[in-house]
Design a protein around this ligand. Structure first.
Ligand SMILES: NC(=O)c1ccc[n+]([C@@H]2O[C@H](COP(=O)([O-])OP(=O)(O)OC[C@H]3O[C@@H](n4cnc5c(N)ncnc54)[C@H](O)[C@@H]3O)[C@@H](O)[C@H]2O)c1
Length: 337
């Protein structure tokens, strides 16, 4: 039985990934600080559900607490590490930038140190589409420059990519960085648009629609996303012998077993279409406050997911209409509304 150590298992993506990996026959060791960035009760519920499976165990702790993290990795000897714990959220990084430096920069450094000391077959860590920042060439391709982050959140994730590259080069740790694009689905994050829109709509309140609705996102359904991660777990990058060994379009480093991979849906959905689908699913019209663009936000994201498909055969399977329906069903059931 292979062991995977997943950080952020009480979080949205970590919870779903842990469930998926348990179903795939892995032993899963979880780790999470249960931070109060959003409602801690939903995090506790996620962990309670995972704990029903005897192949899951977890520890509550902070990534910055190296002694705790070090002991856990030493004792559990994971074959693979998937590092998802982070201070997430684009907008909150304007309010509380320090949380991002602590969790994302120091925290990720500690995870990398554990991977270096104890050795793993594959280290996989979460980056974000936000690293594409002010890039306007869409769809976004991994090997394009990402030097114009617009928020400290994006900058810490870009720093993680660079930190990881150096460790992959120096210590030959096979490392994959995922760039996720707006992930949504049941058990989703309360700070993200879909959750906020459904909550407001069911309470008869208006939703805030930024940039007067002229926004678009590459939305990724959670089950598709964790399937993509699972496929990548068994696709560790191998350092090429020569630069000619790198296939066109591959982001593989010429000097390290290191690769960056977009996990997205390959499509750009206009925000107003996304809202329309929510209205269809709820069977009601939602009141809207049209607002200016928010500081640090980008008008559009759109993933080129060709590399992921080439590496793993991955194809997204869930339509936005289906994904929103699944979320609405879960929300109504969970909150009994
Ligand atoms: N959800 C998305 O749309 C999206 C998009 C791009 C990137 N990401 C990245 O994916 C990863 C998972 O995101 P998510 O949506 O599941 O977020 P989430 O906030 O639901 O989960 C993150 C978890 O990390 C934990 N955590 C935060 N700081 C910690 C620390 N210092 N020590 C230990 N645990 C800590 C939190 O308690 C939380 O449970 C993050 O790295 C995030 O930046 C998410």
């Amino acid at each position: 039985m292979r062991t995977v150590f997943i950080t952020g298992t009480a979080g949205f993506i970590g919870f779903h990934l842990a469930k998926y990996m348990l179903d795939e026959g892995f032993r899963v060791v979880g780790f999470d600080a249960m931070t109060d960035y959003y409602d801690v009760r939903i995090k506790q519920r996620r962990h309670q559900m995972l704990l029903q499976n005897p192949a899951f165990s977890c520890l509550e702790g902070r990534l910055e607490d190296m002694d705790v993290l070090h002991k856990l990795v030493k004792d559990e000897k994971p074959d693979v590490i998937v590092h998802l714990a982070a201070q997430a959220g684009v907008r909150y990084s304007l309010e509380n930038p320090r949380a991002y430096m602590e969790s994302n920069v120091m925290g990720t450094f500690n995870v990398m140190e554990c991977a270096r000391e104890f050795g793993v077959d594959h280290l996989l860590m979460a980056s974000t589409s936000s690293v594409y920042g002010a890039n306007e060439n869409m769809p976004f391709v991994e090997h394009e420059k990402t030097e114009t982050p617009l928020t400290l959140y994006a900058a810490t994730k870009k720093a993680n990519e660079n930190m990881a590259h150096s460790y992959a080069h120096l210590w030959k740790i096979p490392t994959t960085m995922f760039r996720f694009f707006t992930v949504y689905g049941p058990w989703g994050r309360p700070d993200l648009a879909l959750f906020k829109f459904v909550k407001a709509a069911l309470a008869g309140e208006a939703i805030d629609v930024y940039n007067h609705g002229n926004m678009a996102r590459d939305f990724t359904y959670i089950t598709d996303l964790v399937r993509g991660i699972r496929l990548l777990v068994d696709t560790p990058p191998v350092e090429p012998e020569t630069r000619e060994d790198i296939l066109p379009g591959d982001s593989l480093s010429p000097v390290a077993p290191f690769r960056v991979v977009n996990i997205g849906n390959n499509t750009k959905v206009p925000l107003m279409d996304f809202i329309k689908e929510i209205e269809n699913s709820l069977g009601m019209e939602i009141k809207k406050n049209f607002m200016e663009m928010q500081k640090g936000d980008v008008p559009a994201t759109w993933a080129n997911a060709d590399l992921l498909e080439r590496l793993t055969g991955y194809q997204p399977e869930t339509s936005v209409a289906q994904g929103i329906d699944n979320f609405v069903k879960w929300y109504r059931d969970y909150y009994e509304v």
